[in-house]
Design a protein around this ligand. Structure first.
Ligand SMILES: [Zn+2]
Length: 244
């Protein structure tokens, strides 16, 4: 999660699992009214929306957010929390109401001295959003990129479509990148090296990798640059990659 706070308003980008009161915690960090934007519909980004009255997500991920709010995914979150020894009120967590999903659009939002540009970047999911903050020269990539990007879920786009969309991000003049699931503030060059390394040759040389037999998908891993990987569904590659 990332909180962006201007002089008038704040935006929380993603809501996490919501095992604790996400809205109350965010309110300890800013005295401005907070609106919630979700980078995509996966349960580890949206379940915390249950602590808010509204949440905005791109229309393409609305159904995914709905599905990832169901008991199946909540129980999965509780299992993961249990493995990490995190306590929560399980009955409340399973029954917490999600807010209505408001449509997110590509737009610039002025928070007062800090602006936020929402960009639709389908890849990790069809409705994936990235957020550009010009005053901080910062790009928030959500799950669309991190040093080990996952593109193998059924809702992920074929790898060459992802590549085309993520290449466009380099038109934005950001210097720093924050992604989900990592604490570090990365330099632009990290993302740039990843994107420029995504050649056809790199993708075609991807090696099988075990992701815990997730839904029986044959996952392969490419290394566009040393120490960074892209894990994707080889079936989607075989169908499409040679056409580019
Ligand atoms: Zn995700």
């Amino acid at each position: 999660m990332t909180l962006l706070s201007g002089s008038r308003e704040a935006i929380l980008v993603d809501a996490g699992f919501g095992l604790e009161d996400t809205a109350a915690f965010a309110a300890t960090l800013t005295d401005k009214p907070i609106r919630l934007i979700l980078t995509h519909g996966h349960y580890d980004h949206i379940l915390g929306a249950g602590w808010f009255s509204k949440a905005a997500v791109f229309a393409e991920d609305r159904e995914l957010a709905q599905e990832h709010s169901t008991k199946f995914w909540r129980e999965r979150a509780l299992e993961e929390a249990g493995r990490k020894g995190i306590q929560t009120d399980e009955t409340a967590f399973l029954s917490r109401r999600m807010p209505g999903w408001e449509p997110l659009g590509e737009k610039e939002i002025d928070l007062g001295g800090l602006s936020v540009r929402v960009v639709h970047c389908p890849g990790h999911t069809d409705g994936s959003a990235v957020v550009y903050v010009p005053e901080r020269s910062l790009l928030l990539t959500g799950d669309d990129w991190n040093p080990c990007t996952w593109l193998f879920f059924p809702e992920a786009l074929p790898v060459q479509e992802y590549r085309r969309n993520i290449q466009r991000l380099l038109e934005l003049p950001f210097r720093y990148v924050l992604c989900s699931h990592r604490r570090e503030l990365y330099e632009r060059s990290m993302l740039e090296d990843f994107i420029t390394g995504l050649s056809d040759e790199t993708l075609l040389s991807a090696k099988p990798v075990d992701t815990g037999s997730w839904m029986g998908i044959q996952t392969v891993q490419a290394e566009p640059v040393p120490d960074q990987c892209l894990v994707f569904d080889s079936a989607k590659m075989n169908l499409n990659i040679r056409e580019t």
